[in-house]
Structures are given as structure tokens and as C-alpha cells.
Design a protein around this ligand. Sequence first.
Ligand SMILES: *Cc1c(COP(=O)(O)O)cnc(C)c1O
Length: 367
Amino acid sequence: MNDSRVHVRTAIEALPAYVPGARIPVGAAAYKVSSNENPYPPLPSVLAVIADAAHDINRYPDMSNSEISHKLADFLNRTASPAALHKGEISAHNIVFGTGSVAVLSHILSAVVDEGDEVVFPWRSFEAYPIVVSVAGGRSVPVPLASHGKIDLQAMRAAVTERTKAVLVCTPNNPTGPAVTHSEVMDFLAHMPRNVLVVLDEAYLEFVRMDDSLDALAALAQYPNVVVLRTFSKAYGLAGLRVGYAVARPRIASAVRAASTPFGVNLIAQHAVVASLDAVHELAERVDALVVERARLLRGLREQGWDVPDSQANFVWLELGERTASIAEQCTSRGLLVRPFAGEGIRVSVGEPEATDLFLELARGWL
Ligand SMILES: *Cc1c(COP(=O)(O)O)cnc(C)c1O
């Protein structure tokens, strides 16, 4: 068939294709450590609720995500620090759900970016950033990372102009791993113009174990131009169901809601969120085990002599330059699916202990 002559926006035609993590071929024995997924199967309690919810899929989901918003608000208030609660509790008005936090981010940008406005973000970082900025009609302003894969908040602050509408702070940074501290973020916010929206993307929040770790809800309590972005895809193990959310001041939250796809979060996902929030303690044990496994992976690499950035997430970053593609192929041939970034390095998610063993065995040969 001939190509249609319909006009497609230049910004869309220029988009790079999103590179998904490799998939395991059917029937192959392999470890998929390419997409930062949770290697554990769903909890039986969550699976049971999902199976039960399937009986109702002839009905639309709750369009306003009312039950999950109240449930989540309750959870956030119960677990929040005094600094976060100091200016009042989180309510459902502060929460916006979407089909993964990538979709929520896209809706956030649709709500605040006019054609040609600038959005500042670190780079290398989450590869969806330049895509969602272009789709919203904005202009990407990527700011190089500082040494050891850490995002450079000072350089990002310097990159803000009158045209800047939003700044994306990815912490821990995907794919390199380091997180910024609470003090660093508060200092950054203190110097940020109040009309610039600062998105704190905490997709890996649950894996952070460091001093002075970011208290994003406390930052939101102090600064009305903050949006906190979180997901059920990683620590909660619901990547396949697509649920993420933002926490913001009510005016921002309602703007993002207005820009969102109606009935986005499906009925099964809504039930799974409720069941997962009822099982946070069980899920936290799995996260703890992954944090232990992460330490083993980092230690193993460092003992071999690799200079690996600190990781506060469920993945590690190995800088390999020109050897990246061939090393990734070697991993695949050995049944280990990693995520290569051509010419830069590979990202390896923390998965099964067997995957760690195999990766360490392979990495020894690349030095
Ligand atoms: C994985 C990830 C997300 C979340 O993805 P969803 O599955 O869409 O919720 C968001 N930000 C970063 C930095 C990520 O790595």
C-alpha cells in the first residue's frame, strides 16, 4: 500500500524509536536482566485478586481511580516523615494515576509545555525523556551527567532559561544508578524559579539505601512546583499491568488529570494496586533481597577491578565504550539478556542469583 499523504508532525517523525529491553525467545532458558523488572513472580494474594477481577472486565474501570487514590493517599500518609506531613496530609486530590509513570509524565508535560518550550533533563538518563518531551511539543535540553553517572544538579540549574517549563530529576538515575541526596535536591529547589515544574522521578525509590536520601514528599510539602513521580512497575512487580502515579499540589494534579487518557488505568490493574498495597510488607522483603543481591553484584564487579558507579536502584551500569555491542551479544549467546546503550555501556538489572553469578563470570573475561 502507498504511504498516506497525511501530514505527520515533524517532531513526531524525528523521534527515535523506543528501544525495549530484549525479550526471552519462547522456550529458551535465559535470564532477562534488560528492563529493570522485578524477577519475582506476582504474590499469590495479588494473583488471586487479578483472577477474580477478570470476571468483571465487561465493565469499564472506575474512571476517577477513586478507590486506589484514597488507598494510596492513606499509605503515603502512614509512611510519610514528619517533614512531609508538616504542611498537611496527602489526599486523593493530590494523586494522579496513569498507565505507567511514563504515561503520567507524558500527561504532565502536555499540561505545562507549550510548543517550543524547553524541558531540562539529565543525559544519559531514562530514554523515554526526549520522546515524551517531543510528543508534548517541547524542546529537549539534555544536560550531561557529572562523573560516576551522577546527575549534575548544578549544571541542570544553569540550563534553565525563561523558556524552561519543566525539569526532570531522575533519582536514582536510570541507567547509571546513583541517586542525589535530599540536601542536594532541596538546595536545587531553593534556586529554581517557582514557575518551573520540577518532576522528581522516583521509579526506583524502594531500592534506595543511603544517608540523606530524598524525601520527595517533604520537598513537595515545601515547594508547590514539585511533582513526585512513582510506579508500580519495579519494586511492586506490576510492570505488565502498567500503573504509575504522580503526587502534586491539587491545581497541578487536576491539570494532569485533565490531560490524561480517560479510563486509562484498567480494572485489573486497579484491583492489583489495592492488593499490592495490602501486601507491602511481603513485597518489601523481596525488595530487601534484591538490595542484598545488588550489593553482591557491585562487590563482585569491584573485586574484579571494575570502576562501577554506586547503584541505589535495581540495576548496575558498566561503561564499555565501543565494546558494548559485542559484549551484549556475548551475554545473549550465554542466555543473559542485558540492555546495551550503543557505544556507551550496558545496564544489567538485579535479578536471580544465578544471573548475578553468570554475569560476574562473563565480566571477568572483559577486563
Ligand atoms: C521504569 C521507569 C519508569 C516507569 O515506567 P512505567 O513502567 O511506565 O511506570 C519511570 N522512570 C524511570 C526513570 C524508569 O526507569
